[in-house]
Design a protein around this ligand. Structure first.
Ligand code: NAP
Length: 268
């Protein structure tokens, strides 16, 4: 099996990466940065976002696994003390294809009227006004839905629903649901301006288009990346045809992760 490691760069992650390479070499695994079978992310969920975008053009051939060197993550669920176990699985797993779970991601098309760029997001994309309130028309399946005014709009995947979306009071979606969630950031709602107020979930094969008011400068974020767009005419979001694969050598149910990350021990 061929693998590559992406690490956060802090002391613990670098040490864990060095140890991983040592143990992996002893187990006959080889490093291949161009065409790995498995990409190992060492750090946190943020590191997995970096790893995902490094290999977003090869998702059909690559699976990811995350080792957390801080707190338990949603994508990073192996501990540094479990390196031997993880490497043993990687070296001895002969199943073809290797054991994975596949999670939905979002496809985003950004248009400026002349050209359209396509991106994928693992967590979410967001639009915010740079110089104040974002004013944007939201269309769902080509029908006008609402005129949004507020701080911004967040469109998240099920696995991203525990990230930014959760801070916006969006629902947490199980990643077996092929859906995208649209959540508002501080919408203006009064007698003049009106938007739905609650987040909505679109199934696969539905799409939403956001048309910001002409001339607005937009801050667009894609997972950990952000860029200022001055000539944006519209953004289309939908569940992507492709999925992201994570190696699954042992079960760790999603709701257990949610409980461990956000609730902790239950006091009777
Ligand atoms: P960051 O601002 O340095 O860290 C954001 C935090 O979000 C980190 O603690 C990160 O976990 C955590 N996180 C990332 N993906 C998550 C997920 N799917 N579920 C639960 N927590 C998650 O930024 P970053 O590390 O580059 O990550 C970018 C992400 O931050 C965005 O995709 C967005 O989801 C999130 N974010 C949240 C808010 C907010 O809640 N108000 C604002 C901006 C961005 P680790 O510590 O394990 O890396």
């Amino acid at each position: 099996m061929k693998y590559n490691v992406v690490n956060r760069g802090d002391e613990t992650s670098v040490r864990t990466k060095d140890r991983f390479h040592e143990l992996a070499a002893a187990s006959g695994l080889t490093v291949d940065a161009e065409h790995p079978d498995v990409v190992v992310s060492i750090g946190g969920d943020g590191t997995m976002l970096h790893a995902f975008h490094l290999y977003a053009d090869r998702l059909d051939r690559i699976s990811f696994v995350g080792i957390h060197t801080g707190h338990l993550g949603f994508y990073a669920d192996w501990k540094p003390m479990e390196l031997e176990t993880l490497i043993r699985h990687m070296a001895t797993d002969t199943s073809e294809p290797i054991r994975t779970v596949k999670y939905p991601i979002i496809e985003i098309e950004i248009s400026n009227g002349n050209t359209t760029e396509t991106h994928l997001a693992l967590n979410e994309c967001t639009l915010k006004g740079v110089e104040g309130t974002l004013v944007a028309e939201l269309r769902i399946n080509d029908e006008r839905f609402e005129m949004f005014r507020g701080d911004g709009i967040c469109i998240s995947t099920p696995t991203g629903s525990t990230g930014y979306n959760r801070s916006l009071n969006g629902a947490i979606l199980h990643p077996s649901l092929e859906a995208v969630q649209i959540a508002e950031m501080a919408s203006l709602n009064n007698r003049v301006y009106r938007s739905l107020g609650s987040s909505i979930v679109l199934p696969k094969h539905h799409h939403c288009d956001i048309y910001p008011k002409k001339g607005q400068k937009i801050l667009f974020t894609l997972d950990h990346l952000n860029m200022q767009l001055t000539d944006l005419t519209s953004i289309r979001c939908m569940v992507a045809d492709r999925k992201v694969s994570f190696v699954r050598y042992r079960p760790f149910p999603f709701w257990n992760r949610v409980r461990e990350a956000f609730i902790g021990d239950i006091v009777e």
